[in-house]
Design a protein around this ligand. Sequence first.
Ligand SMILES: *Cc1c(COP(=O)(O)O)cnc(C)c1O
Length: 437
Amino acid sequence: MIRFRSTRGEPSTVPLSAALYRGIAPDGGLYVPESWPRRSPEDFRGRQTLAEIGETLLQPFFEGDVLEPALPAIAADAFSIPAPLVPIAGLDAGERASMLELYWGPTAAFKDFGARFLAAALERLAGAKRTRPLTILVATSGDTGGAVAAAFHRRPFAQVVVLYPRGLVSPRQEQQLTCWGDNVRALSVRGSFDDCQRLVKEAFADPRLRAALDFSSANSINVGRLLPQAVYYAQASLQIFAAHGAKASFVIPAGNLGNSLACVWAKEMGLPIDAIVLAHNQNRGVPDLLATGRFEPRPSVATLASAMDVGNPSNLERLLALYPEIEQLRAKVSALSVDDAAIRERIRAEHAATGLILCPHTATAAEAYRRLPPDQRRRGPWVWVATAHPAKFPETVEPLIGRPVAIPESLARLLELPAQKTEIEASLSALAAQLCP
Ligand SMILES: *Cc1c(COP(=O)(O)O)cnc(C)c1O
């Protein structure tokens, strides 16, 4: 049985369900597995679907936990979204690459996988403990809130309250936060994203609210959002290993490093993964860390790949817990930074050369791939990780490719639902009045 420890060195460990429920360790650190199960491709023989691979990969983390009997049901529930690997045509001779499309979930971005897994697991946990409904508070600057809302919608064990800064999310993002109803409410806060985050922290710390409500958090530092992301890297690398007899290398659009860390974890577990390249936008703290050996947290800068606008990535703490020496880190990952002009040019050029339509985040990965030395590109097979569907960003993508982007059916359905939101002041008393009228 694999337990979880804090990145900050507190000696006690907890089982999976406690790590999911608490979100953050008592010493303020992040939960990481205390050891790694070793898996080889043979362990996955006969296992093909994402749900089957997820069950096999995650079994050691569930072993001995109260959630163990629920693993098959959780995997079936959470991994019902496909993660297809689609070959890329029109590359230079000797290059093999495919795109891992992580955008076929309800909100058309990879965050649907982690949010659904966490919701499915917490639902079984709450059932087992027979607690009052959980109150899930999420502050969002765009994508996370939509994925969490979609994942918890119509799961009555929880009520979800999403806080977002009024006027600071795109119209399509706002629709994805406000279209749910039932057990999901959206609060449009007269303030900034930082105000929304502060309100969530204040609510969690407020004695009156804590007595009245059972709070839980679903933010991206919960280990329950990371583990399921290792599953699509397992599936993609196993498919490539079966087809080519070679390890897969990944280029990953990176912000808070959650998606990238899941790939690193899959490799630690023995999956056939070779190089891992982190593609950042102009928030270049991690590429600079790899170049200089020093990390300097900075305020985030706004870019076209806005879901990656992170100046101080929280999952860096987990990456450094695994590879404390800079030389170890350099041996495991490389990173580079792509500016907005290069993102735009890559969206335009990739559509012209290969017919692919990329979202601004995925375009940073495509650009990072194109900047690799030719011999490294030929060493492949490579995988470009596509983190969102381009139809989420029509105002950027459509002028560059000169035509409209077709909207996936699941996203189209959301865009037609009636929106419901409540506007509040950026104060704890205004939030409290909504939570405990
Ligand atoms: C969140 C997000 C990212 C960044 O992922 P991290 O896990 O924060 O590194 C990249 N692309 C899209 C579309 C996202 O929503």
